[in-house]
Design a protein around this ligand. Structure first.
Ligand code: SAH
Ligand code: SF4
Length: 419
């Protein structure tokens, strides 16, 4: 087997991925973007790579091209179906091959900084990622698992922080911003399956999985990290691997209009739009991206979303803010605006955070709003708050844990590991 000379030279892909991860964010506002160098791990992880990337990595370590397809198939199965954490587990590979892989690569996932389990079964992980700057604290993102009767939904992050500053969202206030790599996005699903014991050898009466659905509704704006999100979701939806079908994956965007059609064409997942207001004047304030892509343009992109139909509706998210966007006039205009678009409406009770300037609408008002929307033909539209005791909402675990001392963090981590 031919070996490439130095370790650093043999692993260009990670550096490339890192460069992509820290590249300027397309047409996103750049003021808050910290262009930090991502420190490549001593050995790069194969977790999150596509088939083509896996083949290229095998080529780097001298696996002949005639063997690559078979090796990729084996790796794909062990990584994405069995959840293997080390090469030694790969029993249908020769000892030499396993040792060779181990010499160059790992199967590392993002590190769990904190795990919290809510009384209602919701689980939240704060994951630590390398920032790359010496002396700089690591970057952190969160990932939440929400079990329900007929499904288990994992809420996944696409960026550390967000450049978009929606006035009701805590993530937008965070200082550090960088794109996650595709590996870090897939890595969140891997961590959840690891912690839930949700791999192929789990025995359930129907052989079903615990994580059945994915929502890109964690930290960040997925359509400002399009390539990595696309690559990651194609890995996650691969039927011979993690196998979560595109219909069970929902990507939520604040309205990056130029990338909406691409989402349908290149990823083919379900779409959710963070609408939150029915007049441009108010939406400009709540979702400042509206100044660039106003409501009319956004809804036009939704009308043309590839694959949209009554069986495959677009979800419109609407956060209920007391006295701001929750009147029955707003409800009427909402129904009018969405006319002709196969739509679902999801009313989200506002989740307050320290220093936020809004309050959640009164329950009474949410019910009236919901009833209006229901009578107009949209079913069960209020999102039940889950995991409130562990602050399971956008960006909030991070702010809470930032207040903990190093000792408390260590204790929490130890608890997470022994659970
Ligand atoms: N950036 C994307 C996806 C992440 S946010 C987007 O904005 O769509 C996921 C959802 O949570 C969005 O609908 C967002 O508006 C909503 N959200 C953010 N902060 C919230 C809060 N404090 N309370 C309730 N919903 C919130
Ligand atoms: Fe970013 Fe979405 Fe939060 Fe707006 S709501 S700041 S787009 S994460």
């Amino acid at each position: 087997m031919t070996m490439v000379p130095g370790e650093a030279e043999s692993m260009p892909s990670h550096a490339e991925a890192a460069a992509r991860a820290t590249a300027p964010l397309g047409n996103a506002p750049l003021e808050k973007v910290a262009l930090e160098t991502y420190v490549p791990l001593a050995k790069p992880s194969l977790v999150g790579l596509s088939r083509a990337e896996l083949a290229a990595r095998l080529g780097d370590i001298g696996v002949p091209s005639a063997q690559q397809k078979m090796r990729v198939q084996q790796l794909w199965h062990w990584i994405y179906v069995r959840g293997a954490q080390d090469f030694d587990a790969m029993s249908n590979m020769s000892k030499d091959m396993r040792a060779e892989l181990d010499r160059h690569f790992t199967l590392a996932r993002p590190e769990i900084a904190v795990e919290q389990i809510s009384g209602d079964g919701t689980r939240k992980w704060l994951l630590r990622l390398p920032s790359g700057l010496e002396g700089e604290r690591a970057h952190e993102v969160e990932c939440v698992y929400i079990p329900e009767v007929d499904r288990g939904t994992l809420c996944v992050s696409s960026q550390v922080g967000c450049t978009l500053n929606c006035s009701f969202c805590h993530t937008g206030t965070q200082r550090l911003v960088r794109n996650l790599t595709a590996g870090e996005i897939v890595g969140q699903v891997m961590v959840a399956r690891d912690r839930l014991g949700d791999w192929a050898d789990r025995t359930t009466p129907n052989g079903g999985r615990l994580v059945t659905n994915i929502v890109m509704m964690g930290m960040g704006e997925p359509l400002y990290n399009f390539d990595a999100v696309r690559d990651a979701l194609l890995v996650v939806s691969d039927g011979d691997g993690i196998g979560i079908s595109r219909r069970r994956i929902t990507l939520s965007t604040s309205g990056v209009v130029p990338n909406i059609a691409r989402t349908g064409a290149e990823i083919g997942v379900s779409l959710a739009i963070s609408l939150h207001a029915v007049r441009d004047e108010l939406r400009d304030e709540l979702v400042p991206l509206n100044r660039k892509y106003p409501i009319g343009e956004l809804l036009e992109a939704c009308r043309n979303y590839p694959g949209v139909s009554n069986a495959r509706r677009i979800t419109f998210e609407y956060v209920m803010l007391k006295g701001v966007n929750d009147s029955l006039d707003d409800a009427r205009l909402l129904v009018k605006l969405l006319k002709g678009i196969p739509a679902k409406i999801n009313l989200i009770p506002f989740n307050p955070w320290p220093g936020s300037r809004y309050e959640c609408s009164d329950w009474d008002q949410i019910e009236k709003f919901s009833e209006y929307v229901f009578n107009a033909g949209y079913s069960s539209p209020v999102r039940t708050p889950r995991g409130r005791d562990i602050l399971a909402a956008c960006g909030q675990l991070k702010s809470e844990t930032e207040k903990l001392s190093a000792r408390e963090r260590q204790a929490l981590r130890a608890m997470a590991m022994t659970d």
